[in-house]
Ligand binder design. Structure first.
Ligand code: ACO
Length: 324
């Protein structure tokens, strides 16, 4: 059976780190409030002139090095971002050019915080269909650019960063107990929830980039329910159970969402990879950033069963199960 096997990953964070204490200098908030409600202690912020593509390029180079591959081996680049460099062309094509790739195809996918799950599932579908051999899947965001820095209810929650995974087509025995690679995924959206999380502007409406608006409490309420559904459905599709999962790598929105989802699923907290304290919510970058962290520090080992999950604006949500 032809499957997409993850052969490398990498991540990049901008140098500048903004702590809760730093934020408390400019908005009416405190380290105690932010830590208690979200688990976030700091976030990284892109420098002036540092673009989403720059973060994506750095993460992509690290993922290629980790895989022991050069860009010549890649024939597909899919970038998940809600903060592209420009309205068009796709940030993926800028990354493609910077990496020196002149063959294959590159495009963006937009599903906000679920973007990486959507991008990975898209690349996997290309590979399974025989339309690509090796894909670079990148989540890259500069949410600092779309935040209202006067709105304490949202500006404390997000950060910038990028992460990337290299997928390679490999023939596998077809047994989910032994096969490496992506075993199943499940994507969902429900556009009726637009008003709970959106950016109030864009080329077709206001012609300018707006700011992120969110009804936090409502988003929270949906998140645990939707993420639980995504994880259960994905495990079921693979013919496996939630108890088989070695690691959950969730979208890093909020520690309480991570804890609440794990509890509902009956997953032990030490199986959940959490970077939200250091990275905050980096939208489409958060899953590959957390994944690269847990692979880098040796927690995730070859053969481990890893569940990636996310939920974001739209709403969109989903999960992807792979054997590392
Ligand atoms: N510092 C201090 N006080 C604050 C801050 C802040 N940064 N932000 C809000 N408050 C105040 C509010 O003004 C309010 O004050 P009031 O009672 O005087 O009106 C009070 O705190 C409580 O506000 P709530 O919004 O009800 O606080 P809540 O407990 O719901 O926590 C939070 C807010 C952290 C945003 C929470 O709702 C949440 O995490 N929601 C999930 C949102 C999320 O993670 N979105 C990410 C995108 S979607 C995704 O990735 C899943």
């Amino acid at each position: 059976l032809r499957r997409s096997v993850a052969v490398g990953c990498g991540a990049y964070l901008p140098e500048r780190c903004l702590t809760n204490h730093d934020l408390a200098q400019s908005v009416d908030t405190s380290d105690e409030w932010i830590v208690e409600r979200t688990g976030i202690r700091q976030r990284h912020i892109a420098a002036e002139g540092e673009l989403t593509s720059d973060l994506g390029i750095a993460a992509a180079r690290r993922a290629l090095d980790h895989a022991g591959l050069t860009i010549d081996a890649i024939d597909l680049i899919v970038v998940a971002t809600a903060t592209p460099d420009e309205t068009f062309p796709a940030t993926a094509t800028r990354i493609q050019a910077a990496l020196g790739m002149t063959h294959g195809a590159a495009f963006d996918v937009q599903a906000v915080c679920s973007g990486f799950i959507y991008a990975l599932t898209t690349a996997d579908a290309f590979i399974q269909a025989g339309k690509a051999e090796r894909a670079l899947v990148i989540g890259a965001e500069t949410f600092s650019r779309i935040l209202d820095w006067q709105d304490r209810a949202t500006c404390v929650l997000f950060g910038d960063g990028a992460g990337a995974v290299v997928l390679e087509a490999r023939d596998q025995p077809g047994d989910t107990g032994r096969d490496r690679g992506i075993l199943a995924s499940h994507l969902r959206s429900d556009g009726r929830h637009h008003d709970l999380l959106y950016v109030d502007g864009g080329p077709s409406s206001t012609k300018t980039v707006g700011h992120l608006r969110m009804k936090g409490r409502e988003v929270f309420r949906h998140a645990v329910v939707n993420l639980t559904e995504a994880v259960e459905k994905t495990a079921e599709r693979a013919g496996l159970s939630v108890a088989d999962i070695d690691w959950v790598v969730p979208h890093q929105a909020n520690k309480r969402i991570l804890d609440g989802t794990a509890k509902k699923l009956g997953i032990a907290p030490d199986k959940v990879v959490s970077t939200v304290d250091r990275h905050a919510n980096t939208s489409a970058a958060s899953v590959p950033l957390a994944l690269a962290t847990a692979v880098g520090d040796g927690r995730i080992q070859s053969g481990d069963l890893v569940m990636l999950e996310a939920m974001g604006g739209g709403f969109t949500w989903g999960a992807c199960l792979l054997r590392w």
